[in-house]
Design a protein around this ligand. Structure first.
Ligand SMILES: [Fe+2]
Length: 308
């Protein structure tokens, strides 16, 4: 489970001073011990009981202009600071079952009951309310290829909640949690690892009953654009998709390019031939996903040929 960092109660810190101290500390979010070293700062921020409300009011007075600019999340998240390439600070709202937004939306939009890992590390502190619950698991990413249906050695650790003032470090590609609703509206504050390359690192959804990967959670716009490019009317963008299939640094993107090239073929057998290239790939993820896609094409051949 995430690394719990035990800290004494600490004096509150202003938000501006918190950011300045983080920047001065040469904080490196790729280093677990660097996260641990800044944990006392986050604890001090949690002791500041007014800064979040002040920031929220300031945002409202400015018609949430900064949120429009810097916040790509759902309304569950308030972006607090995004000046550095290396990290950003956010607040997350965790409604409880009695809250109107929960009654209106159900648990889905808040990521409750969706067991997942993270493709980034982050430090979190409970800021308000009793805190969300989690069933915590661990796994070893280096033992995993990463395809849906793959068995994973998922080890249950415990059920716990992120209480006010509790500081935890979620480690990328290791800690898995099945989040459960907070008993009452709660808020956590995170220091998040930020790196454009994280878009290409897989984040998984798990089936904890079967100890399997149930799917991938992160999808980039590159994948949607590859589908469009492969189907560009005069074939002008097909060479681009071929380039992605041959040389993109991310195996998932290389497979997606192959899949879209295959899907754009009017003849199913030509598509299967393209997928056979993927099945022969030395990269296990591409080989597995290509085989599964070829199987799907074969299984649906009759329907597809009628549609084409
Ligand atoms: Fe999570």
């Amino acid at each position: 489970m995430p690394r719990v960092i035990d800290l004494e109660e600490a004096a509150p810190i202003d938000f501006g001073d918190f950011i300045a101290a983080l920047d001065d500390s040469r904080f490196d979010p790729r280093d677990e011990e660097s996260f641990v070293a800044v944990a006392p700062l986050l604890k001090r921020l949690a002791a500041n009981r007014s800064f979040l409300a002040d920031l929220a009011v300031a945002e409202l007075k400015d018609r949430c202009a900064r949120q429009d600019e810097a916040n790509g999340y759902t309304p569950q998240v308030l972006m607090l600071h995004r000046a550095s390439e290396a990290y950003f600070i956010r607040a997350n709202f965790w409604p409880g079952p009695r809250d109107p937004i929960f009654k209106a939306s159900g648990p889905g939009p808040f990521f409750y009951h969706v067991p997942h890992d993270h493709n980034f590390s982050f430090l979190t502190v409970g800021y308000f309310g009793p805190g969300y619950w989690s069933d915590y698991y661990e796994y070893d990413r280096s033992d995993v290829v990463g395809y849906p249906g793959e068995k994973v050695d998922l080890r249950f650790v415990e059920r716990a909640r992120l209480e006010q003032g509790k500081v935890m470090l979620y480690r990328a590609h290791r800690d898995v949690h099945l989040q459960l609703p907070a008993d009452e509206m709660s808020i956590s504050i995170n220091i998040m690892e930020s790196d454009p390359a994280l878009n290409f690192a897989d984040q998984f959804r798990f089936d904890v009953a079967k100890c399997e990967i149930a799917g991938m959670l992160n999808v980039t716009s590159t994948e949607a654009l590859l589908a469009l490019a492969a189907n560009f009317p005069d074939g002008n963008a097909r060479d681009l998709v071929e380039d992605f299939a041959a040389g993109h640094p991310c195996a998932r993107i290389r497979f997606t390019a192959l899949r879209e090239l295959a899907a754009a073929e009017p003849d199913i057998d030509d598509g299967l031939e393209i997928l056979a290239r993927g099945e022969r790939s030395p990269e296990p993820l591409i080989a597995r996903l290509s085989a599964a896609e070829a199987e799907r094409l074969r299984a649906n051949r009759g329907w597809l040929e009628r549609a084409l």
